[in-house]
Design a protein around this ligand. Structure first.
Ligand code: MN
Length: 246
């Protein structure tokens, strides 16, 4: 069977007045290639273009990036809320909701996990450091390939199995927002010591999301985190096969 095509969502970046472009950190494609998939970077384009992305791709990796516009979970921006991109939010919500309908897996990473949660009716903590009483450091100061805090895995989850049935694993952390109330059908699969939801996992519809950056740990040589991408790529193949038999 040919390799599955995974759409990676992207950001719009402006490098200078003469250089504006479509951006997704190289570690996402590196990790997907290592796991046996064909990565395809998708420019932000909600509506009919994103409908075609649905046809084109066997699964989607929602990448990290800016904050989610809090209007999408019925809140005003708090003082600690950062920049957001409403068009990107809309396109990624569309991809999450249509993927569930069409039986295509979605892997949310960092912002991608938050997007997945809001797309399914959940809410976010807009700024962990100012909204929690006793937060740990979730915006690490070391390089993104290095790990900085522990997460405790829920034992009855697929994530627990994928990561080698360890109760706690060390992860990197580059986020200041996180899930507050869980979206419909999502279940928490991992927590940090301050109670932040660090992962969700729903095998039935192929949704998996982590708050850390496994792509950069994979690029840094972590076989455990490469296992997450292999799991996702395998789900993409399985669900493609199942859809073709319908
Ligand atoms: Mn964290």
């Amino acid at each position: 069977m040919s390799k599955p095509i995974i759409g990676i969502t992207s950001a719009f970046v402006k490098l200078s007045n003469f250089s504006e472009g479509v951006y997704a950190h190289k570690d996402y494609s590196t990790a997907l290639i290592k796991a046996g998939a064909i990565p395809l970077i998708l420019p932000i384009a909600p509506g009919s273009c994103a409908d075609q992305y649905m046809e084109l791709c066997d699964g989607f990796l929602l990448s990290g990036g800016c904050d989610v516009n809090p209007k999408f979970f019925d809140q005003d921006p708090m003082p600690g809320c950062g920049l957001f991109d409403t068009e990107r939010d809309q396109m990624e919500f569309q991809l999450v909701r249509q993927s569930i309908k069409k039986g295509k897996p979605v892997f949310g990473i960092c912002r991608g996990l938050q997007v997945m949660n809001v797309a399914l009716g959940g809410t976010l903590i807009q700024d962990i450091a100012s909204e929690l009483d006793h937060p740990i450091q979730h915006v690490q100061k070391v390089s993104r390939k290095e790990v900085s805090h522990r997460v405790r895995l829920e034992k009855d989850t697929y994530l627990f199995q994928i990561l080698g049935e360890q109760e706690t694993v060390m992860v990197n952390s580059l986020h200041h927002q996180s899930i507050d109330r869980l979206g419909d059908g999502l279940r928490a699969a991992a927590f940090s010591a301050d109670g932040i939801i660090e992962a969700v996992d729903v095998k039935e519809n192929g949704l998996i999301g982590v708050q850390w950056h496994p792509e950069s740990m994979t690029a840094g040589g972590s076989d455990m985190m490469l296992g997450l991408f292999k799991y996702f790529v395998t789900r993409c193949k399985e669900m493609k096969q199942a859809n073709s038999e319908v």
